[in-house]
Design a protein around this ligand. Structure first.
Ligand code: 8YV
Length: 326
């Protein structure tokens, strides 16, 4: 069947005018005009007649949404993650799912190193003393720790994991990793493979860089946190659901773990009464891993390239379920 002349697209995120113009040049476009993400019913209404959907990687596209979108041919995610989409339902329905890998690797890796350094040098605490005019207490606050000579355990050595390893190597850290897809030691930068439990036992910093899948949901739970050194830190810039947050709170309270830095949470935004917000040994960020001007622009361009290629009936540059094409 020939693709329609002017496909219809539902755009569920804010776009600058040049990006809108690119899509409008070849498609009829409906924009979600509300605040934040569309609700499920708003999304269902938006995609009902759409051939393509452009939305954030936090927008749930479940089987109900897909079932309501009988003409839909592509879900183009603004983000590398695609756990927001029911991939099986999309594939069964012949809907391509696209993402934006690669273009945000450096931004997320930079943030991860920033968090490792911020934890090691107690930056949020020191900043508060300086800002509050408590200079003398700041000068006497507990000392930080060097990262040189410390062990970084990377869970998930994909693009972002490798970019974190490169940076950590430059800071003099030794790197060990766990990955279900690759095991041979990596030479540049040097990274040795370990089973998950061994990694947790030796690492001074543990950083998560896995996709959210059934196997990685709750990957770090109470048992795993017990295996970590009491002086160790956990960094998560992947997906909040990879960590059992209640178990993490308990471990941070009891001193089983020295601290954590979380850019992602089980529930985003963090509920106002969440105990995490009251813990002094936690750095919390509002999911800003990819939030730089250059990276967000590259993500946007790639997400639109993917969308338009799929609507032309071509293979998009980054497609998650390529089996739909065959
Ligand atoms: C978000 C992300 O996409 O790429 C991902 O998977 O989680 C982030 O980059 C970003 O917050 C835009 O929605």
């Amino acid at each position: 069947m020939n693709p329609p002349e002017r496909p219809r697209v539902f755009v569920a995120l804010r776009l600058q005018s040049d990006a809108k113009a690119r899509i409008e040049a070849v498609c009829d476009v409906d924009y979600f005009e509300g605040q934040g993400l569309p609700s499920k019913s708003e999304l269902i209404a938006g995609v009902a007649k759409a051939d393509g959907l452009l939305g954030s990687a936090q927008l749930p596209v479940d089987s109900d949404v897909l079932a309501a979108a009988s003409k839909l041919r592509v879900v183009s995610n603004f983000g590398v993650g695609f756990d927001n989409v029911d991939l099986d339902a999309a594939t069964k329905g012949g809907v391509l799912v696209c993402n934006t890998p690669g273009v945000l690797t450096d931004a997320v890796a930079d943030l991860t190193l920033g968090l490792i350094l911020a934890l090691a040098r107690r930056l949020p605490e020191a900043e508060r003393f300086a800002r509050d005019g408590d200079w003398q207490r700041g000068a006497r606050m507990a000392l930080g720790t060097d990262v040189r000579g410390k062990t970084l355990g990377i869970i998930g050595l994909g693009r972002i994991g490798v970019a974190v390893a490169e940076r950590a190597h430059a800071f003099g850290m030794s790197i060990t990793f766990h990955d279900i897809f690759r095991q041979p030691p990596i030479e540049t930068p040097p990274c040795s493979y370990r089973e998950l439990d061994d990694l947790l036992a030796v690492a001074d910093f543990v950083s998560l860089h896995v996709n959210l899948r059934p196997e990685t949901r709750g990957l770090i739970g109470a048992r795993e946190l017990t295996l970590m050194k009491p002086t160790a830190y956990l960094i998560n810039t992947s997906r909040g659901q990879t960590v059992d947050q209640a178990a993490l709170v308990a471990a941070l309270r009891s001193g089983e773990l020295a601290g954590a830095a979380l850019d992602v949470l089980e529930e985003e935004p963090l509920p106002p009464d969440d105990p995490l917000a009251a813990l002094p040994n936690v750095i919390l960020l509002p999911h800003i891993g990819s939030a730089t001007v250059e990276t967000r622009q590259a993500m946007r361009d790639l997400a639109i390239d993917n969308l338009l290629a799929a609507l032309r009936g071509e293979r998009p540059e980054a497609v998650v379920n390529a089996e739909v094409l065959s």
